[in-house]
Ligand binder design. Structure first.
Ligand code: ATP
Length: 658
C-alpha cells in the first residue's frame, strides 16, 4: 500500500489543514518546485521598485514598496561598526502605508532621484515604528542626508538563489552527503526508525508538563525524523530548548534554525543561561541586541586567529605607507609582492577564525536561508532542528536539512502558513510545508502534540481546541481562570469583567469600503475597536497590554490614524493578524471588517487565520464584527455562536459617540 494511504488506513493522521495529497517522490518534488521558485522570485521582483513593472514611482509608493519624503533625524554608529540612520516623514507623524518589514534590504535615494539611480547606500531595516524607520548601513552614506529622501525595497534574490542551489543538490542525489540517510525517509522511500529502548532523561527544566516530557523522550528516540506539534501557547520553544540541551549532553552537534530571525534569537536567549557552546550566524542588524554577544562576528573578533589577522592588517597598512613614498621600481615590486602574500594570509586567518568558532560550537543557530552560507560548506551535523517549520517553504527547509543526518521539525500547521506572493505558485503547491507533508505521510508515528497551554483563559482556548485540535488542549491552572481585572492597576468593570466579548455592528450602518489598493476597511468598526481599547485603559489596563488586530492591511492604517497621537493609546499595538502570529497580549480586540449585503467574507474563512487571531489573547478576546455578514460562513457562524453562548454580547451602538 502507498505510504500516505497506509497512514490514513491506520488512522494515523487526519491532521492536515488541506485535503490529503498523494505522497511526493524526490523527482516529483524537484521538478514541481523549480518553476515555482522562479515564479515566486518574479512576483517578488515585480513588487519591488527596481523592476521594470514598477518603474513608475507613484505605483511603487502605492504598492508600499517605496517610502517618499523622509528626513534623516538621527545617525549613530553601533552593531560592530554599522551605521544606524533613523528616518521620519517630512510631512507628518505616521509613515505612509508601506510593506517594509524588519530585516528587509532597502536602498536610500534622494527623494526625486530616477528609479534606476544607484542611490546613497544599501542597508537593512533595523527598527520599524509607526512614525520612523531605522536602517543599518555598512558605511555611513557620504552626503545627501540633509535633503529630502526616499527608501526603496529591494527584492531579496539571494534567498531564491540559495533555494535553487538546494534543489540542484537534491536533484544531483545526495548519496554521499550528510543527509544521505535522511532524504529517503523524508520522501517516503524508507520507513522512519526509532531507538529500540525508550530514552529516559533528567530534564534541565523541572517544570516540563507530561506532554512536553513525552515529546522530548520521543524526540530523543527518533533516528531520522520527529515532528513536534505545538498548538498556541503550549511551550513549543520551551520543549525545543530542552531537546537541544539533552542532545548537547549526548554529544550531538546541532544546527538549529527557524524561518525568522526573531524565532532563532528566542532559542539563543534561552540557551545562553545554560552555558551551551553556541554560535549565532547572521547579519548583526538582524539580531536582537541581547544575543549580539553570541554572534559569529563577535566571537571571531575575540579569537586568536582574528588577532593575528589584525596584526597582519597593521603590517599591511605600514607597507602601503612605504609604497606611497617609494619611487624605486625594484623596491616597489618587492613591497607589492609582500602585500599580496599578506593579503592571502590575512584572508586565510579570517577564514580560520570563522572555522574555529563553528568547529568548536555544539549548537550553530541561524535562519533557514542563513544555513546555506558558504561558511558552513564543510560542516555536517548530527541533528537539524527547525522551529516554526509550519511557516516555512519546504524548499527553504532543505537548505539546513542537507547538512544533517537526523531532523526534528517543530510547528503548528493549523496556524498561518508561509506568505506567498505569486498566486499561481501558491495554487500549484509552493506553500505546502514539509511539516504538513510529513504529517500526512507518517502521522502519529513520528508526531507528538503538546496539549497543555500556558497563555489563554479556558474560555478563549476551548473554541480553538474544539474547532482545530480535537478538544485535546487543556489550560494550565495558572491561566485557566485569569481575568483582565487581576492585572496590577486594573479595576473590575463592565469592560474588564468579560473574557469573551462580542460587539456586533450588524444594523449599525457600518458598511465596509475598499481603499485605492482594493484592500477592505471599515471605519465604523475601527472606531468601535478604538473605543473599546479606551474603555479598557480607563479601567486601568495598561495600553501596552492591548492589541488590536485585523485581517486587512488597510484597516491597520485606518486604526492607526484614528488612534492619532492620543497619549493614552500610544502603546496599544495595532497589526494585521498575519503580522501578529507568534505574539500575545493580555487583551486582544479583533476587527473583522467585512460587512456587506452580499455576505462576502473573503479570506476570513481561512480557519487558520481566525485560529491565530483568537489565540493571541491571554485574558480577554473582544470580537468586533457584523454577525449577519460573517455568519454566512459555517466556520465563522460557529465562532459567533460560541462567543454569544460563552461571552457577553453588545451592540456597537453602545460605543457610538465615544
Ligand atoms: N512547563 C511549563 N510550565 C510553565 N510555563 C510554561 C511551561 N512551558 C511553557 N511555559 C510558558 O508558556 C509560554 C509559552 O512558551 P513558549 O514560548 O515555549 O511557547 P511557544 O509554543 O513557542 O509559543 P507560541 O504559541 O507563540 O508558538 C512561556 O511564557 C513559557 O514560559
Amino acid at each position: 500500500m502507498e505510504r500516505g494511504k497506509k497512514a490514513a488506513a491506520m488512522g494515523k493522521k487526519g491532521f492536515s489543514s488541506s485535503p490529503a495529497m498523494p505522497p511526493m517522490s524526490l523527482d516529483q518534488f524537484v521538478s514541481t518546485m523549480a518553476p515555482l521558485i522562479d515564479m515566486e522570485k518574479e512576483a517578488e521582483i515585480s513588487a519591488s521598485v527596481s523592476s521594470g513593472a514598477t518603474r513608475n514611482l507613484e505605483t511603487a509608493q502605492k504598492r508600499g514598496s517605496a517610502i517618499f519624503n523622509l528626513k534623516c533625524v538621527d545617525a549613530q554608529t553601533g552593531l560592530m561598526g554599522k551605521s544606524l540612520l533613523e528616518f521620519q516623514s517630512t510631512k507628518g507623524d505616521v509613515l505612509p502605508a508601506h510593506k517594509f518589514g524588519i530585516h528587509d534590504v532597502v536602498i536610500l535615494k534622494p527623494n526625486k532621484a530616477d528609479s534606476g539611480s544607484a542611490g546613497l547606500g544599501q542597508g537593512v531595516v533595523y527598527r520599524l515604528k509607526d512614525t520612523s524607520i531605522t536602517v543599518a548601513f555598512d558605511d555611513m552614506p557620504e552626503d545627501g542626508l540633509n535633503s529630502s529622501l526616499r527608501l526603496e525595497k529591494v527584492a531579496n534574490e539571494i534567498t531564491y538563489r540559495r533555494m535553487k542551489d538546494a534543489l540542484i543538490q537534491l536533484s544531483k542525489g545526495v548519496h554521499k552527503g550528510p543527509a544521505s540517510d535522511l532524504v529517503p525517509v523524508l520522501f517516503g522511500e524508507r520507513q522512519p526508525t526509532v531507538a529500540k529502548k525508550d530514552v529516559t532523561f533528567t530534564a534541565f527544566n523541572s517544570n516540563l508538563d507530561h506532554s512536553q516530557k513525552d515529546a522530548v523522550s520521543r524526540a530523543l528516540s527518533s533516528k531520522n525524523v520527529f515532528l513536534l506539534h505545538g498548538p498556541p501557547g503550549t511551550g513549543k520553544t520551551t520543549t525545543v530548548v530542552e531537546i537541544i540541551l539533552q542532545e548537547v549532553k549526548r554529544g550531538s552537534k546541532i544546527l538549529a534554525c527557524a524561518a525568522s530571525n526573531i524565532a532563532v534569537d528566542n532559542i539563543v536567549e534561552r540557551l545562553v543561561p545554560h552555558r551551551v557552546k553556541l554560535v549565532r550566524l547572521g547579519h548583526p542588524a538582524r539580531l536582537l541586541p541581547q544575543v549580539l554577544d553570541s554572534a559569529l562576528d563577535a566571537q571571531v573578533l575575540r579569537g586568536d586567529n582574528s588577532s593575528l589577522a589584525n596584526d597582519i592588517r597593521k603590517e599591511m597598512k605600514a607597507l602601503n605607507g612605504k609604497l606611497l613614498k617609494t619611487k624605486d621600481k625594484n623596491t616597489r615590486r618587492e613591497i607589492q609582492k609582500e602585500l599580496r602574500t599578506l593579503t592571502k594570509e590575512e584572508r586565510k586567518r579570517q577564514q580560520l577564525a570563522v572555522m574555529d568558532v563553528i568547529k568548536t560550537a555544539d549548537v550553530v543557530l541561524t535562519t533557514l536561508t542563513g544555513a546555506a552560507t558558504r561558511k558552513l560548506d564543510s560542516t555536517s551535523f548530527d541533528l537539524v532542528i527547525i522551529d516554526e517549520a509550519a511557516q516555512a517553504l519546504e524548499i527553504a527547509c532543505w537548505m539546513p536539512l542537507l547538512k544533517g543526518s537526523r531532523c526534528i521539525l517543530a510547528g503548528d500547521h493549523l496556524q498561518l502558513p508561509p506568505t506567498i506572493q505569486s498566486v499561481e505558485a501558491e495554487k500549484k503547491g509552493l506553500g505546502r510545508t514539509l511539516f504538513e507533508r510529513l504529517a500526512d505521510l507518517y502521522g502519529d508515528e513520528v508526531t507528538s502534540m503538546l496539549t497543555v497551554q500556558y497563555r489563554m483563559h479556558e474560555l478563549i482556548m476551548n473554541w480553538s481546541s474544539k474547532e482545530l485540535y480535537d478538544s485535546k488542549i487543556e489550560a494550565h491552572p495558572s491561566v485557566a481562570a485569569h481575568a483582565l481585572y487581576d492585572l496590577e492597576g486594573a479595576n473590575k468593570s463592565t469592560s474588564t469583567e468579560a473574557t469573551l466579548l462580542l460587539v456586533d455592528i450588524a444594523g449599525c450602518d457600518m458598511e465596509e469600503k475598499k481603499d485605492e489598493e482594493d484592500s477592505t476597511l471599515n471605519e465604523g468598526e475601527a472606531k468601535v475597536a478604538i473605543a473599546h481599547a479606551k474603555r479598557l485603559v480607563s479601567s486601568g489596563v495598561q495600553a501596552s497590554d492591548i492589541g488590536i488586530i485585523t485581517p486587512y492591511a488597510a484597516q491597520v492604517v485606518l486604526l492607526k490614524i484614528l488612534r492619532g497621537n492620543e497619549d493614552k493609546l500610544k502603546e496599544v499595538e495595532i497589526s494585521t493578524v498575519d503580522g501578529f502570529q507568534g505574539r500575545e497580549k493580555e487583551a486582544i480586540i479583533i476587527s473583522m471588517v467585512r460587512s456587506n449585503s452580499k455576505s462576502e467574507v473573503g479570506f476570513l474563512s481561512d480557519r487558520r487565520r481566525m485560529n491565530v487571531a483568537v489565540t493571541r489573547a491571554r485574558r480577554q478576546c473582544c470580537l468586533v464584527c457584523d454577525t449577519e455578514t460573517v455568519s454566512s460562513d459555517g466556520f465563522l457562524k460557529r465562532l459567533v455562536e460560541y462567543f454569544e453562548e460563552h461571552g457577553e454580547y453588545l451592540s456597537a451602538s453602545e460605543y457610538v459617540d465615544e
